[in-house]
Every structure is written in C-alpha cells, then in structure tokens.
Ligand binder design. Structure first.
Ligand code: ARG
Length: 464
C-alpha cells in the first residue's frame, strides 16, 4: 500500500502545500548534511527530557534506539529524503514515527525547529571551523619549509610592481604565514560565539517545561548557553563571522595566486609548476597553463558573494525567525567547501613549486634597486639630512641610467664626481646581498632575521 505523505501541520492547514513552493521552500537537499548533528542534538534533548521527568525512561530509550537506527540508515544510504518533509529535522522525525510509532511525538516537547536548526548548524560549524584551522596550520608548515629552503634566495621586492628593494624570498614567503596566521586567529575567535548553545530557547520565547539547558549544552560540548531566547533564534552574526573569515582567507589566497600567475608568465619566468599542477590548451600544443592558481584567484569572488548574500538577507529583517534565514546554510556550506579545497590545493602548490633563482637574481640586479641603501649610507657617512642624501643618490642614479650602467658598475671615481666626500665604502653598499644583510630592524628582511623568524614559527606551529 502506498504510504500517505502528511505534514505535521495537516490538522490545521488542510490544503497540501503548493508543489511549486514545496520545491522552492524545501531545504532537505542542503541541510541533509546536518543529519549527524541533528541526531546528536535530539539524543541530548531527550536525555534531558528524561532527566527532568518530562518523558519516561522507556520512551527516551525507544527514541534513542530509533534515532540510532536512522543514523545507520542514512550512513548506509538507505534513507529516503523527501522534499515533502521540507528539512532534515522533519525528515528524521517522520522516519522516527515509521520506526517507533506514536511515541516519536514525545521528542519535540520543549523544542522548536528554530532552536533545533541553530543547534545543528552551530555544531557543524564548530567542527568545520576546527577543520579549517587544521588546514591552515598544515599550510603554514609547508610555507615554513619552503621559506627555510629559500632564506638566501635573492629576489626583487616590488612596490607598484616595479623593482623596489632586494629581499630574501624566504622573507616574502613568511609574509603569507602572517596572513594565514591572522585567518587562523579569526576562526579561533569565532569559536567563542559558536560555543553558545541555542538549544532550549524554543520558537522564540523559551518554554514552560522545566528544562535544563546547561545539561544539553554540556552533552553537546557547548561551553555556555545563550542569554536571550529572541536574540538566539534571530541571530546569524556567527554566520557572518564565518563567511567574513572565509572571504578574508580566500582573498589572501587570491593575492598569492595572482602573484604566482604573474611569476609564472613567460615575461617573469620566476617559477615553474609541476605538470600535475598545470593544464594544456585544446588548440595550442605548447601551453602549460596555471589553471589551479586561476581557480584559487577566482574563488574569492564566490566567498565575497556568500558574505554579501548573508548580509542582504539580514538587512531590515525584524526579530525573530523568518524563512529568509533558511538560506544561511547553503551559503555557509559553499564557503566552507570552497575554502577547504582552496587550502588543500594551495598546500599542494607550495609543496610542488620550483623557483628560478637565476631569473630572480637577474631581475633584482636591474632597476637601481639598492638606491635606498645608498641614500641611507650617505646620511650616516656624511651626517647630512636624509632629504639631502636622497638628492645626491638621485643624481648618481641619473648618471648610471645615462651611461647605461647598473649602480655597482660605476666606479668610485665616477661617484666622487658627484659627491667627493664618498669613499670606496660605498661600493659594498651597492651589493644586493649586503643590502639584504643590512635590513636588521625587527621584521626586516636580513637573512639573520629570517632565520630567527623561521625558528620562531617552527616552535609556534608545533606548539599550537
Ligand atoms: N528549515 C528551517 C531553516 O533552516 C528550520 C526552521 C524552520 N522554522 C520555521 N519556523 N519554519 O530555517
């Protein structure tokens, strides 16, 4: 006999929901991903109901037995998700009726889907946030290893994409450790709000049942319980925090990807990627394109979009629950999946990148890149103001440019024609390696500093 599919509210609402709305309004395809959290939340809830003598021990055990059976069915892909039952909460509740009969109805005492969905989502987000944190820690380990191999690799540091000052490639790579470290901290910080249990606030005003919210919070490993039932069901700040953190991290990945795409161009030729990280062209046989980097660069667009969708859903939304909020999950899942994959792909790239050190050094040798070193030397040597020495240096650069020479190709005699008080000490200053060595100020690029920072990161990363 074909089973009659009835909604929970069919006594009150006697027409079937329009099939068009059913299709649109159902979230099961998205929120079925929360099945484990939903079952864990329900088990904690009925344990609390039993402890508080709201339901009997026998019924509690029956419900838990049924829920475990459902979990198994879902894991074994034997569960039929029905859009008629709208979401994961009602799909599971309906199935529980099939398995244990009318006693299933005791499960939803002192609970609304409004606090239920938040419990599920926060539990899922806690787990996923920790997964992202682990991914970032791992990524940073790859950065430290790569930096360690490239402390003494000299490259031009850029501003405006013009040669600015020579730097250690290791120092450049450590910059990303700082960025991903901030991302890591942001995700860690978000755990505070995610650690507030919403379970027990009901539809919006709490419940007249004598519940124990602290008990369910503890069972589900939340650190505290939320304060205000109305705020709890309306609040999606934790979703914004998550989406913002994903967007920022994705932006960092995008910046690095763009830089590597430039470095991979034939014009720069700073890096080469293993064959497993490039794709060919359907027409041009010679091509090896850095598609994964372009994918990573582009993904930030989606991450920003998800953040702004959430902001827009929340704009002007009165308290408390509205169906508008249902789309939060789709945005969160999309941002999570993209970022998780992006971190994995980037880790793969960092492990498999080759730097063309010769080309980096060659490019660092042009563009009068040690001019600032020269200006700083003149200040100290002649005890004159920086602005004055800046002018003298500019004259020396003009001279070199006019005579088609690099700074270290001009002789002391030529320099003395411009500033007679300078002696041969100046020649050492124009050397790329010496320039880097001299940047000893804290956070600067000297090899000594970079080695010290690597040690520090290694300790920090292992300890964390
Ligand atoms: N599927 C719903 C959501 O994700 C669950 C909450 C439904 N609450 C309600 N009052 N319609 O938002």
């Amino acid at each position: 006999m074909k089973k009659k599919i009835k909604s929970i509210w069919n006594t009150r609402i006697n027409k079937k929901t329009s099939s068009l709305f059913q299709k649109m309004g159902s979230s099961i395809e998205v929120d079925k991903r929360l099945f484990k959290e939903d079952i864990d939340g329900s088990i904690a809830h009925v344990e609390m109901l039993c402890k508080q003598k709201i339901i009997s021990f026998k019924i509690k055990n029956k419900i838990i037995w049924g829920l475990n059976k459902i979990e198994n069915e879902i894991k074994k892909k034997k569960f039929v998700f029905r859009i008629e039952y709208e979401d994961i909460h009602m799909n599971i509740e309906k199935r529980l009726y099939d398995i244990i009969g009318e006693d299933a109805g005791f499960m939803h005492s002192a609970r609304s889907r409004n606090d239920q969905v938040l419990t599920d989502l926060k539990l899922w987000m806690k787990k996923s946030t920790i997964e992202l944190i682990e991914g970032l820690k791992n990524l940073n380990k790859h950065f430290v290893n790569l930096a360690e191999k490239n402390v003494y690799t000299i490259m031009p540091g850029f501003t405006h994409l013009k040669n600015a000052q020579p730097i250690s490639l290791g120092h450049y790579l450590l910059a990303y450790i700082e960025m991903f470290g901030r991302d890591l901290n942001r995700f860690n910080y978000n755990l505070n709000n995610l650690n507030e249990s919403p379970l027990g606030v009901g539809a919006l005003s709490g419940t007249s049942f004598n519940i124990d919210r602290k008990f369910t919070a503890k069972k589900l490993k939340f650190k505290k319980i939320s304060n205000n039932s109305i705020d709890t069901v309306s609040d999606r700040d934790f979703a914004l925090d998550f989406l913002f953190s994903c967007a920022t991290c994705s932006m960092h990945i995008s910046r690095l990807s763009e830089e590597f795409i430039i470095w991979n161009s034939d014009a720069f030729n700073f890096i080469s990627l293993k064959d497993s990280l490039v794709t060919g062209s359907s027409m041009m046989p010679q091509k090896k394109n850095p598609d994964p980097l372009e994918y990573l660069r582009g993904k930030s667009g989606n991450a920003y979009g998800n953040l702004f969708s959430m902001f827009t859903i929340l704009k002007g939304l009165p308290l408390s629950y509205f169906k508008d909020l249902q789309d939060d999950k789709n945005l969160i899942f999309k941002s999570f999946d993209d970022l998780k994959n992006s971190i994995l792909i980037l880790s793969e790239i960092i492990k498999n990148i080759n730097f063309n050190k010769k080309k980096m050094l060659q490019l660092a040798s042009i563009g009068y890149i040690t001019s600032t070193d020269l200006a700083e030397h003149i200040v100290q040597k002649l005890k004159i103001p920086f602005r004055k020495s800046y002018e003298i240096t500019a004259k020396i650069v003009n001279y070199a440019e006019k005579n088609n020479k690099t700074l270290d190709q001009i002789s002391i005699k030529e320099i003395q024609k411009i500033e007679k008080k300078l002696d041969s000490d100046v020649l050492k200053i124009l050397n790329l390696e010496n320039s880097i060595k001299s940047k000893k100020s804290y956070g600067g690029t000297s090899f000594e500093n970079v080695n010290r920072m690597i040690k520090k990161y290694k300790k920090g990363i292992n300890v964390k």
